[in-house]
Ligand binder design. Structure first.
Ligand code: SIN
Length: 540
């Protein structure tokens, strides 16, 4: 399989990029399940941008910087905010139907979320991501130059040696892919773009879809890319707490419309923790809930929106209303039981402002990337924004350099060799470790951390990781094995990054070092240690 652009992942970042580069060359999008099985498709809240007269770019920049706890790259924040409104207008031009202002239909209805000082979140009720995914997929399907292949999983990047001015370097030339017949194929490409989303499945409880196993991050690390800020895992404060609900988010927009967090006796508690109360940034709200639950011993806290007009709630939050009702909770009259859950990886594969990673021929976009926008805590609804701004930047880079990029011949690549591998006929070897890793991460590397638990987690997951790498060598690769190998590696990277940061900042709260230290206001940058163990890192 040969193409000009190999896009791995079919969420907002991958589809936006594909649509923009299709005029330059052939595009293949691979996606490991169905095309809509993406984190984008589950996004409820919306996309933040400066879209009203009562807002300003300086406001949005300030809110993003405050939320990022001193680690945002201000140049990147300015760039994203300045381009934001245009990119939202591009989405509208592509057919995304954002809700209009009921009083003036030439304006958008703008929602509010934690950490925002103004209403600036464009939304499609509470199914914004689904609406964006629908519109982008419809466009992609009209393009003859783009192919989408479902049930195709990237295993590893395909790296080739290049000699430039006597210097031996490596460049990415595509990926090895497990196809729908479970055969490994080499996909070669001039440019490979990682848009595989985040790694929420590393944790036992997450708002993420099943695909979120950090595949792009893990492949990039194994190929030698520079990674950054993996310790900053955002826990969404309010996921539905119900035995039958899997990964169901109660959007922050519910608090934006007046929802209040209360304890089991119905008492509001946020004021005790933060002057911004229920609209504090996510790190603060998630930590407050975690403390409440630990102090009271309760299994969950509650979100109360019952004081708002019934019809308004049903219309503004149709998905949440219907889903909760299906579990017997009428949110217009009853409290919603909620708990925090892993939601977003603020770190990832380090990129520059064109989406380029440290590896030639390899770009990374969306949650897979660490662009410098989010710092130590992403501001709500800045992620869809980052994806569309950087998709445009990356495509502009490809267009500007297309002559040089396209002159590269698609290299001859080595076919995959299975060696002496055998069939794994005991899935329990995979399932057991999946469960173990996710529990260790939840219990030892969660919202509030300490050095002792981090070290224990490292020791335990290291052993599991070595066992998985052995399985990977001994048995034919399978979808579950690929994901397990990736979550084990990403867990190791999160833990090792967390151990490096001896302070508390943003989403990383360390009991041993509760203070924020000026001298630690740097990204945690690292790559795979040369000649080291598989998951061993060296700081950059
Ligand atoms: C939400 O709707 O609360 C999620 C939005 C986001 O993660 O930015």
């Amino acid at each position: 399989m040969e193409c000009d652009f190999l896009v791995i992942g079919s969420g907002i970042a991958g589809l936006s990029l594909a649509l923009r580069v299709a005029r330059l060359g052939s595009v293949v999008i691979i996606t490991k399940k169905k095309e809509v099985d993406t984190a984008t498709n589950l996004a409820q809240g919306g996309i933040a941008a400066v879209l009203s007269q009562s807002d300003s770019q300086e406001n949005h920049i300030r809110d993003t910087l405050i939320s990022g706890a001193g680690l945002c790259h201000e140049d990147v924040v300015r760039l994203v905010v300045e381009k934001g409104a245009d990119r939202v207008r591009d989405l509208i031009a592509l057919g995304v139907d954002f809700v209009k202002n009921s009083k003036d239909s030439s304006e958008l209805d703008l929602g509010q979320e934690g950490g925002h000082s103004r209403r600036r979140v464009a939304h499609a009720h509470d199914f914004t991501g689904k609406e964006i995914e629908r519109a982008l997929l419809a466009r992609v399907k009209r393009q003859t130059n783009i192919r989408i292949l479902e049930n195709h999983r990237a295993i590893d990047l395909l790296m080739v040696n290049t000699d430039k001015e006597g210097c031996r370097t490596q460049r990415c030339a595509g990926a090895y892919v497990l196809n729908e017949d479970l055969k490994v194929e080499a996909f070669s490409a001039k440019i490979t773009i990682l848009c595989t989303g985040g790694a929420g499945k590393v944790y036992l409880y997450t708002s993420n879809p099943d695909i979120a196993t950090g595949d792009g991050m893990a492949m990039a690390f194994r190929a030698g890319a520079v990674m950054a800020n993996m310790e900053f895992i955002q826990f969404h404060p309010t996921c539905l707490y119900h035995p039958k609900a899997k990964n169901f988010l109660i959007s922050e927009a519910v608090r934006g419309e007046g929802g209040i967090l209360v304890d089991q006796d119905g008492r509001p508690f946020m004021e005790k923790y933060d002057g911004r109360k229920d609209l504090a940034t996510r790190d603060a709200v998630a930590r407050a809930i975690d403390t409440e639950m630990k102090v009271t011993g309760a299994d969950c806290v509650f979100l109360d929106i019952t004081h708002k007009d019934k019809e308004f709630v049903k219309k503004r939050f149709p998905t949440i209303y219907a889903r909760c009702l299906s579990y017997g909770i009428d949110i217009t009259t009853e409290l919603i039981p909620v708990v925090p859950a892993a939601h977003y990886s603020c770190g990832g594969v380090e990129t520059d402002t064109w989406g380029r990673t440290s590896i030639k021929g390899l770009l990374a976009l969306g949650e897979t990337a660490c662009t410098g926008l989010h710092g130590g805590n992403r501001l709500a609804s800045n992620s869809l924004l980052e994806a569309v701004v950087f998709a445009e930047r990356a495509s502009a880079y490809c267009a500007d350099h297309w002559q040089e990029l396209s002159s590269k011949t698609v290299p001859k690549v080595e076919q995959w060799r299975s060696g002496e591998a055998q069939s794994l006929n005991e899935e329990i070897l995979i399932h057991h470790n999946w469960d173990l890793i996710r529990r260790i991460m939840w219990n030892y590397v969660g919202i509030v951390r300490n050095m002792k638990r981090l070290r224990l987690a490292k020791k335990q997951i290291e052993g599991i990781y070595q066992e998985i790498e052995q399985h990977y060598r001994d048995y034919f690769v399978s979808p579950n094995m690929i994901e397990l190998r990736n979550i084990a590696l990403i867990s190791m990277l999160i833990i090792q990054s967390a151990l490096q940061r001896k302070e508390s900042r943003g989403l990383h709260f360390l009991i041993d070092h509760p203070e924020t230290r000026k001298e630690c206001a740097n990204d945690t940058r690292f790559r795979k240690k040369n000649g080291g163990m598989l998951a061993e890192i060296e700081m950059c």
